[in-house]
Structures are given as C-alpha cells and as structure tokens.
Design a binder for this molecule. Structure first.
Ligand code: TXA
Ligand code: MG
Length: 349
C-alpha cells in the first residue's frame, strides 16, 4: 500500500488537507496524525473492519482496547451510557488535553474498540491538527499510538513513517509532540477514580478537581492485572538494553565507571540519557541530556530512545532522580523501556 505523507502546519491549518485526511478516515482507511501527547493511528470508531485493521498494522494484541478521540465534549454523549459527574468536571478542567476518561460504553461502541470490555476510553486532544482531522472525519476516531506494538510511541512523523510506511493510507505530519508521553488514563467507570496510566495530567492536578484519586505507585503493573490491558505488555522498548540508575542526592560515579568499563570490554557501544546536563564525563559513545525537568524529559524520552537505536548504541544508562508529580509518568515509561532493570546508584556516604 502506498502511504501518502502530508504536512499540516498547526498554526495555519490547511483545511483541504485536513478534509482529505477526514474523508479517508470516514470511509474506513487508516490515518496517522499528531496529538499533543504522541502520534495516533486513527480509524473510524464506528467501523469494526477499519478498527480491526489498526490491530493488524500495529501487530497489536486484540485484547488491548483503544482510546476514542472526539473533537468536542458534546460528541462524548453518544459513546457512553452516561457521563458521570466527576467525568464532567475533568472534561471541563482538562479538555482538550492529555487525559483519557474510561466510562461505561454505549452500544455504539463495538467489541473491536473496547476489546470486549463494557467500558470505553474517550479523549479530546488539544493539538490543532488532531482536532481539525477528527472534525473533518465527522465520526469519532479510535486511535492507539502510531508505533509498531512494543516500540517507543512516535513523537514525530519521521518515527511514524519508520513503523507504518506502506501499511496505512496517510501520515499527517504536524511537527514534534509537546507532551511526549501518552495521556493519563483515568477510570471513572466505577465508584472510585483510578489512574490506570500516569501522564501529562498528574494525580495532584486531578485531585484538585475531583478529590481522592487512587493511583498505584507500582510503576510497572502486575502481569496478571487485567484492569488496563495495555500495561501487561512489553512496551517502549528500544533495541538497546536500558538500565535506570536511581539516585536521590548523588550518583555513585565510581560504580558508573565500573559498569561502563564492563560493557566496553564486551565491545558494546554505550549511551547515557541523563536527567541533568553533566556533559560527557564518562566518554561514552553517545551522551544526551533528556531534559532537566520531568516535563522536558517526558517530551524528549521516546524521541531519544529511537535516536539511540539509530546510532547503533547497545546499552543505554539512564541516571534518574526526579521526584515531582510528573515524574510518575516519566518513570512509568522508562521502567518499561528498561524491562525493570532498575538499579540503586546512590553514592554511599
Ligand atoms: O495519548 C494517548 O493516549 C495516545 C494518543 C494517540 O491519544 N493514545 C494511546 O493509545 O496511547 P494506546 O492504545 O497506545 O494506549 C491506550 C491505553 C492502553 O494501555 C489500553 O489498555 C488502555 O489505554 N485502555 C483503553 N481503553 C480502556 C478501557 N476501556 N479499560 C481499560 N484500559 C483501557
Ligand atoms: Mg501505545
């Protein structure tokens, strides 16, 4: 399949291109488009065959439900049994924006979208290109992240193209994504509000609007927990082996040197993805500061993981000491990319 690639400037939307993308979606095709979190791979949420083709293009297990994207709050109503009071509050405060809300689904949502669950996740993104494309489609758009299943989510059109070229109808380039990690997934389908996946809208932000929100600090969900099916799969993994070096005050530099020496002896190419700009102190093959705040770090993380792969790095060491609200979202992704290789590297006093 030929994949058409177009650019839509977020600051000056070309409505004829948006309408072309919308038509493809409406008629059962697949279009990747930018959101403020990551690029999504969209299909008409009311077209079961189109939705199924998303799973094929991504190689995604079909027990993993999709988020349905809308261009206005009113469009949620036909997708759900009812809009709970807390959901209304969250929408009013954070939409358009990076939080998906799980509610009881209406019978308009087919089993392919919800993976057979009786709930549906809905989100209104804030990216102007996403909004223009969804609006032009005239239907709600089911969209997972536009990566091959298991790889880091794409935050640029180039990364979408690496995974999806030849498999989908169109890629809409709208520049780099600003949040950089996927939306917060908030379950409001039961009595309690539960965060199933941390993201750009933090637990503190949600609690200021709807009161107590449950959130497990366990960064990688138990393999047996079915609540957020996506959490049980290997995720965000670059080809390189990733190690997270956790420290609170001071990184144990001697141990870092020993670790690097060990890998060098085996002929590995080493990278460091730092959380503060210390320069290439250790003389590794590739050194990048991912961002000195957890927001900046989130913005760059997936982009840089793919970059390390492209430069042929075998081992990525990630010193990490963030502890603010947004650091939950960062650690959630990083720990999965590291397949839980998490080491305590605090310098002993
Ligand atoms: O920021 C985002 O959320 C991006 C952009 C494109 O909007 N989308 C995204 O979709 O990350 P995806 O499919 O990669 O992740 C959706 C997550 C999965 O972990 C899935 O299991 C969970 O949301 N999910 C979706 N519907 C659910 C439901 N009804 N119940 C529980 N979890 C659900
Ligand atoms: Mg994904």
């Amino acid at each position: 399949m030929g994949t058409k690639e177009v650019f839509i400037n977020p600051n000056n939307i070309d409505s004829s291109l948006a309408s072309e993308a919308g038509k493809i979606l409406k008629h059962g095709g697949l279009v990747a488009f930018p959101t403020e979190t990551v690029y999504g791979l969209g299909a008409n949420a009311f077209d079961e065959d189109a939705v199924k083709s998303i799973f094929t293009a991504k190689g995604r297990p079909n027990d993993n439900p999709l988020i349905v994207h809308v261009a206005s709050k009113e469009d949620v109503e036909e997708l759900v049994e009812f809009v709970p009071k807390k959901a209304k509050l969250v929408m009013d405060k954070f939409w358009p924006g990076p939080v998906s809300i799980i509610m009881k689904k209406s019978d308009k949502i087919g089993d392919a979208v919800s993976a057979g669950l009786d709930t549906v996740a809905v989100r209104m993104p804030s990216h102007p290109v996403a909004l223009a494309v969804i609006k032009a489609a005239g239907v709600p758009v089911a969209a997972p992240s536009a990566n091959t299943s298991g790889k880091p989510s794409p935050t640029s059109a180039k990364h979408v193209s690496e995974d999806m070229s030849g498999k989908i109808d169109m890629i809409v380039d709208g520049g780099r994504c600003s949040v950089g990690v996927e939306s917060t997934v908030l379950d409001l389908s039961g009595d309690e509000a539960v965060i199933l996946r941390p993201g750009g809208v933090t637990p503190g932000m949600l609690e200021s609007v709807i009161g107590k929100v449950q959130y497990s600090k366990q960064h990688v969900a138990d393999e047996n927990t079915p609540r957020c099916p996506g959490m049980k799969y290997r995720h965000y993994a670059p080809k390189a082996s990733v190690y997270v070096l956790e420290y609170e005050n001071e990184l144990d530099r001697k141990r870092v040197c020993e670790m690097i020496c060990g890998y060098k002896k085996k002929g590995a190419r080493i990278g460091i993805l730092d959380c503060a700009d210390n320069g290439n102190l250790y003389g590794v093959d590739m050194y990048v500061c991912c961002g000195e705040s957890s927001e900046k770090y989130a913005e760059n993380l997936f982009y840089l993981l793919r970059d390390f792969d492209q430069k042929g790095i075998d081992v990525i060491l990630c010193p990490m000491n963030f502890c603010d609200d947004m650091s939950n979202a960062v650690r959630n992704r990083l720990y999965k990319a590291a397949s839980n290789n998490i080491l305590n590297f605090e310098k002993r006093k």
